[in-house]
Design a protein around this ligand. Sequence first.
Ligand SMILES: Nc1ncnc2c1ncn2[C@@H]1O[C@H](COP(=O)(O)OP(=O)(O)OP(=O)(O)O)[C@@H](O)[C@H]1O
Ligand SMILES: [Mg+2]
Length: 272
Amino acid sequence: MQAPPGMPPKMSIPGVRYLIAVASGKGGVGKSTVAANLALALKMHGQKVGLMDADIYGPSVPTMMGLGMVDQSVTPFPVEKYGLKLMSMGFLVDPQQAVIWRGPKVAQAVAAFLGQLNWGPLDYLIIDLPPGTGDAQLTLTQQAPLTGAVVVTTPQEISLIDARKGLKMFNEVRVPVIGVIENMSFFMGDDGKRYDIFQTGGGKKLAEEGGVPLLAELPIDPRVAECGDGGEPIVSKYPDSPVAAAYLKLAMRVMEESHKSAAQAGLPEVQL
Ligand SMILES: Nc1ncnc2c1ncn2[C@@H]1O[C@H](COP(=O)(O)OP(=O)(O)OP(=O)(O)O)[C@@H](O)[C@H]1O
Ligand SMILES: [Mg+2]
């Protein structure tokens, strides 16, 4: 994508076709979970996929993927697991230890993860962003050639307020939002009934306001959290579950919208 006037030119990431940021305004809405399971669902559709954890202060990828610190002299970055290429600050720093860095260093780390690793060839590089609109987000939105962003929200108004800020940030830096994902939308009981635990329709409302598609309404399932904590995301561990089916549908939508977004931005076709 062309950098808008007054903005620095974007870095190039050789061999990566589509770069998708998974964002939210509010913390804890399930961004990391969505990023990991979306990456796996894209892979199940035959895509080559990487997952970059841009949450420097609170990396989630190592726990979700059953990994700890990595000795890069033995295993070069990005690390491979479940068929994905992975990078996270949690491979470099003990998760028990807090990363106490000022903003510019966070920005440097994010830029290095993106620009200095051998990611390609990849169809999709999914980036798990920290919550809010801080240094990591700024570096990425200004410097990375993002194909688009997906904004994750939960159905409640309190989450929507922050998600709107996320949408606004991407609009300001002219990164297309390819859609909204509503997570923890409903619970499907053993009786086959749908229970709306929180309010309903928040994701739809946000998508309508932003003039972007609602890409998915993902159910609540305790196994999602168990699998995340257990080191193998639900799409990989229970590929036949209703949650995995919802992620496979979401991945199809993300593929469609990525193609559209790249075509609209006039991005050159990347040769893998
Ligand atoms: N659909 C779901 N059903 C049940 N549990 C879920 C679901 N989505 C996410 N969770 C759980 O909710 C918790 C928060 O999810 P996650 O860490 O992915 O959120 P986040 O938005 O990345 O948080 P942060 O803002 O801290 O980065 C995790 O324990 C996760 O397993
Ligand atoms: Mg997270």
